[in-house]
Design a protein around this ligand. Structure first.
Ligand code: S3P
Length: 166
C-alpha cells in the first residue's frame, strides 16, 4: 500500500483527517511536527522563538529525509513544509501527496485564536495570514490530489481520499 502525505495550511485538518484516514487504512499515523518536537526535545514554538524559522525548516527537511518510504503510513506535515523546493521530491518519494484545501476565511477563523502558531504572532496577524495563504496556495497545487474540505465532515474527506488512492 502507498503512503498518503497530507499537506495544507495550518488549520486545514491534516492531523484530524490523518488520524481518521490511518485508522481506516489500518496503517500508522505519523505527524512530522511531533517527530521534530520529539527529536529536539522542545516544542515548535520554542524552536521558532529561540532559533528562528530557518532553523525549524532545516529540522523539518532533515526529519522528512529520514522517513522510511518503504513503510506505509499516513503523514501529516507542517503547513510550511511546501516552501522549501528540496522538500518536494522528499514528499513525493513517500507516497501520494494530498492537499487538504479550505477557504481562507475558514482557516483564519480556526487559527486566529491559537497561541501556539508562531508564524501568526505578528502585529497584523490577518495580513500575515493573507500573505502566507497567497504564497502557499500555489505551492500546494503541486500535490497529486487536492481535496476541498469546506463543509465536509472528516469521514467524508476520508472517503474521498480512500477512493482516490485505492
Ligand atoms: C507551520 C505550521 C505548523 C508547524 C509550524 C510552521 C507553517 O504546522 O509546522 O508552526 O509554516 O505553516 P501545522 O500546519 O500542523 O499547524
Amino acid at each position: 500500500m502507498q503512503s498518503v502525505v497530507l499537506i495544507g495550511f495550518m488549520g486545514a485538518g491534516k492531523t484530524s483527517v490523518g488520524k481518521a484516514l490511518a485508522a481506516r487504512l489500518g496503517i500508522p499515523f505519523v505527524d512530522t511536527d511531533a517527530l521534530i518536537e520529539r527529536a529536539a526535545g522542545r516544542t515548535i514554538a520554542d524552536i521558532f522563538a529561540h532559533d528562528g524559522e530557518a532553523a525549524f525548516r532545516a529540522l523539518e527537511t532533515q526529519t522528512l529525509a529520514a522517513l522510511d518510504a518503504a513503510s506505509p503510513a499516513v503523514y501529516a506535515t507542517g503547513g510550511g513544509i511546501v516552501t522549501r523546493d528540496e522538500n518536494w521530491p522528499l514528499l513525493k518519494r513517500l507516497g501520494r501527496v494530498v492537499h487538504l484545501h479550505a477557504a481562507a476565511e475558514v482557516l483564519f477563523e480556526r487559527v486566529r485564536g491559537e497561541s501556539h502558531r508562531p508564524l501568526l504572532k505578528t502585529a497584523a496577524p490577518r495580513e500575515t495570514f493573507n500573505e502566507l495563504f497567497a504564497l502557499r496556495e500555489a505551492l500546494y497545487g503541486q500535490a497529486d490530489l487536492t481535496v476541498d474540505t469546506d463543509g465536509k465532515a472528516p469521514a467524508a474527506i476520508v472517503d474521498e481520499i480512500v477512493r482516490a488512492v485505492a
